[in-house]
Design a protein around this ligand. Structure first.
Ligand SMILES: Nc1ncnc2c1ncn2[C@@H]1O[C@H](COP(=O)(O)OP(=O)(O)O)[C@@H](O)[C@H]1O
Ligand SMILES: [Mg+2]
Length: 452
């Protein structure tokens, strides 16, 4: 029995539906039978094509393949004869649908299903990384037993989530994964079950009375069995958290991001499936600073270049430093002192801090811890306290809307404060009035809260 192809709505699906219905009405003859019938009737009916078994299989099933018009019409005519329907009318209809299917544009925009974070507002120096990850994702072959996993590994703040958010929007993803992209945001405290339930409603498993996570995962897997989807699992802290999302039997691929080498090795099928996302090159780092603080870079090029190196090209750190410098410059204050302070403070802390000094110091380097402290030290006291209070949002990733934050701060209108924090890169708008606190900054806020 040929399996019914699953396709997104469009003329190709309409065409395949007509063919598959004819096939079922003819009581699912074997490919050999159809091929024999085609051969026998070729002259009698003046069939336009003479498809063989394999081609017939691809015409009736065969996912999104479009065979030649002649072979498609010939197959339809033979099936119509087997069901006693008027061959000429069927030929006409199939020819018409074939023409429309062949003219339909290939989807250029990936189908993002459910929540997918917005594209990074500014991304420098990552075209090579985007291409490398895409190549791994689309390398995935047909007939796979388990979903092939590509892992992007790198430091917190290096840009893994941003890279993934950029990758899922590439036109190549639309072509390779026509059934769309599903995104699960994990993190330190991962809501595995909740995220799986979101996927379950997106792919239409129907209501589940399944109680275990494994059962929900299995239901989603079944719904995705023949779909070509790209599954993204962002920020996996443990392999166990990620596994329920790596649904075997799909015809798709999975992309996992993690900071942990251990998790990367546990999840990737082989070392070639791991992409190590490096910090920005000096050139790209300076380019980023130029976007964020153009005047500062113009006036203090060498010092800024040095700062980029001190901050080890970490995008998160550069974002925070760049905005800090721009804000200071805009107030008409000289920034040479701040530049020196940023670097000196960094050096001091790097020399003094024991590695386990705090969450942040262990998660990255003391340099970054110093930088984050520097940027929050400069906030007006009231705003600094409010920033620290954001450490109370326990869920990860820490996202919140204006109302939630207003309640925590006990202010009627949180927007002026959010505006200040967003301008300094301390919170990030994620669209729809929601904000996110990057993992590192959230740790920093918790540190501040604990110290207060
Ligand atoms: N290539 C880049 N160019 C500019 N900014 C970047 C780049 N990559 C990441 N960022 C910024 O750095 C911060 C951290 O990036 P994110 O993707 O959240 O890191 P990760 O997921 O690795 O922890 C974000 O503010 C993001 O916008
Ligand atoms: Mg991330």
């Amino acid at each position: 029995m040929i399996e019914r192809p699953e396709l997104p709505p469009g003329p190709l699906r309409d065409l395949k539906t007509v063919l598959y219905e004819l096939y079922l009405r003819a009581e699912a003859p074997t490919l050999s039978d159809i091929a024999a019938e085609v051969a026998a009737l070729a002259d009698e009916l003046d069939l336009p094509g003479a498809p063989k078994r394999d081609t017939i299989g691809r015409i009736i099933g065969g996912g999104d393949t479009l065979a030649s018009q002649q072979d498609t019409v010939a197959t339809a005519v033979v099936l119509a004869r087997m069901t006693g329907r008027e061959p000429a009318a069927v030929a006409e209809q199939v020819r018409d649908l074939w023409v429309r299917a062949s003219m339909a544009p290939k989807p250029a925009e990936p189908l993002l299903r459910g929540y997918v974070p917005p594209p990074p507002p500014l991304m420098v120096g990552r075209s090579g990384a985007v291409a490398a990850v895409l190549a791994r994702l689309t390398r995935a072959s047909a007939g796979q037993a388990a979903v092939p996993v590509t892992v992007v590994r790198g430091w917190p703040g290096v840009g893994k989530s941003s890279l993934a958010a950029a990758v899922v929007r590439q036109p190549a993803v639309a072509q390779a994964f026509p059934d769309g992209v599903l995104w699960a945001a994990l993190s330190e405290v991962a809501d595995v079950r909740g995220q799986l339930e979101v996927w379950s409603s997106l792919v239409g498993t129907g209501p589940l009375d399944a109680t275990s996570t494994v059962a929900v995962s299995a239901a989603v897997a079944a719904a995705l069995r023949h779909r070509r989807v790209l599954l993204v699992v962002d920020d996996a802290w443990s392999a166990a958290d990620a596994v329920p999302f790596l649904l075997g039997g799909t015809r798709g691929a999975a992309l996992v991001t993690t900071r942990s080498t251990e998790v990367a090795h546990q999840l990737a099928a082989d070392p070639a499936g791991i992409y190590q996302l490096a910090v920005l090159t000096d050139g790209a780092g300076l380019e980023l600073m130029t976007h964020l603080a153009p005047d500062v870079v113009r006036e203090h090029r060498d010092d800024t270049a040095m700062l980029v190196r001190e901050l080890e090209g970490l995008p998160l750190a550069l974002q925070v430093a760049g905005r800090l410098l721009a804000a200071e410059h805009q107030l008409g204050w000289g920034v040479s002192e701040l530049l020196a302070e940023l670097r000196d403070g960094a050096r001091l802390l790097a020399a003094a801090a024991p590695a386990d000094r705090s969450d942040i110091a262990t998660a990255t380097t003391p340099t970054i811890a110093a930088l984050l402290a520097k940027s929050t030290d400069r906030l007006p006291e009231e705003i600094r306290i409010r920033f620290a209070l954001l450490g109370a949002f326990a869920e990860r990733p820490a996202t919140f809307d204006g109302a939630a934050v207003g309640a925590v701060w006990q202010v009627p209108d949180p927007r002026p404060t959010l505006r200040v924090l967003a301008a300094r890169g301390l919170v990030e708008p994620t669209g729809g009035g929601r904000f996110q606190l990057h993992a590192l900054l959230s740790m920093h806020a918790r540190d501040m809260l604990a110290a207060a």
